[in-house]
Design a protein around this ligand. Structure first.
Ligand code: FES
Length: 109
């Protein structure tokens, strides 16, 4: 069976509620649109569900992305990082360890 992923990309506007500026100030809405485009380009629309999200309580590491299953929390995401996540995590099923930015976040399903 093909693994399906749910992706939550924080676009919160809330400033400094968990010790850092909000993800929206760091360009997360642009990243959300880029991620949607990448998923379509790679033909992964049936495998990866993209959602905008409120604060994921990972503000210091924003822009933040949470991927289920596994509760993989990516942080300080850039456009290039999105490409890596799509190719390694969503296509190959391997979370990108170097981009996981929350200590203690499980990468196990
Ligand atoms: S504002 Fe994005 S994780 Fe808090």
């Amino acid at each position: 069976m093909t693994q399906k992923y749910q992706v939550f990309l924080c676009i919160s506007h809330k400033p400094r509620i968990f010790g850092g500026g909000c993800c929206n100030d760091k360009g997360s809405e642009d990243l959300l649109e880029e991620l949607k485009s990448l998923i379509k380009e790679h033909g992964l629309s049936s495998k990866v569900e993209i959602n905008s999200s409120s604060c994921l309580k990972n503000c210091l590491n924003g822009p933040s992305i949470l991927v289920l299953p596994g509760r993989v929390m990516y942080g300080k995401i850039t456009s290039d990082d999105l490409k890596t996540i799509v190719s390694q995590h969503f296509k190959e099923g391997k979370p990108v360890r170097k981009l996981i930015k929350t200590p203690g976040t499980s990468i196990l399903g």
